[in-house]
Design a protein around this ligand. Structure first.
Ligand code: ADP
Length: 165
C-alpha cells in the first residue's frame, strides 16, 4: 500500500524520522509530502526541506520526498495513495488531527488517515521547539540529525545582523 505523510517539516526532527521509519516498514511506498503553504512563515525553503528529507531517508528505498499545494486528498489521489499517515504526540494534537482526518474523509472517503503515536522520547519535540532552541544557542543534538543541525546553524548565522554581537 502507498501512503502519504504530510507536514511542514521545517525542519525534519527525530520525531518525524521515527514516524517515517515506522511507516516505511509497513508501506510499499511512502511519500513524505512537504506542504507548500505561502501563508505559513518558514525557516527553510521547500527545496531545502525536500533536499534534507532526501538525505535523511537515503537509507529507506521506499521513501520519497515531494512537495504539494492545495488539498491533501487530491495530492494523495493523484499519486495513487489511499493512506494518510499522521503522527500524534500529546492529547493536544488530537483535536486538530481528528478534525482534519474527518474533513479529509468527507472530501474523499476512499482515503484513510492512520495515526501513529510518538515514541515517548519525542513526546515534546516539534520543529518550532528545535528552531527556538537552536536560535537561542542551545544544544539540539537530541532533537535533530547532524545534517539538520548543520543547516540550522547556517540559517541562523545567515540571518544574524552583521554576524557579530
Ligand atoms: P504540520 O505543520 O502539518 O503539523 P509538522 O511538520 O509539524 O507539520 O508535522 C507533520 C506530522 O508529524 C504531524 O502529523 C505531526 O503530528 C507529526 N509529528 C511532528 N513531530 C512529531 C513527534 N515528535 N512525534 C510524533 N509525530 C510528530
Amino acid at each position: 500500500m502507498k501512503a502519504v505523510y504530510p507536514g511542514s517539516f521545517d525542519p525534519t526532527t527525530y520525531g518525524h524520522m521515527d514516524i517515517i521509519e515506522r511507516a516505511a516498514a509497513f508501506t510499499d511506498e511512502l511519500i513524505v509530502a512537504v506542504l507548500n503553504n505561502s501563508a505559513k512563515k518558514a525557516m527553510f525553503t521547500i527545496e531545502e526541506r525536500l533536499e534534507m528529507i532526501r538525505q535523511l531517508t537515503a537509507h529507506l528505498p521506499n521513501v520519497k520526498a515531494m512537495s504539494f499545494s492545495g488539498l491533501l486528498v487530491n495530492f494523495a489521489e493523484e499519486n495513487d495513495a489511499r493512506l494518510i499517515i499522521r503522527g500524534l504526540r500529546a492529547v493536544t494534537d488530537f483535536e486538530n488531527e481528528f478534525q482534519m482526518a474527518l474533513t479529509n474523509r468527507s472530501l474523499n472517503n476512499n482515503i484513510e488517515t492512520l495515526f501513529i503515536s510518538t515514541s515517548t522520547q519525542y513526546l515534546f519535540l516539534s520543529s518550532s521547539i528545535v528552531k527556538e532552541v537552536a536560535t537561542l544557542g542551545g544544544n539540539v543534538d537530541e532533537m535533530v540529525s547532524p545534517i539538520i543541525k548543520e543547516q540550522l546553524l547556517k540559517k541562523i548565522d545567515a540571518v544574524k545582523p552583521n554576524n557579530k554581537f
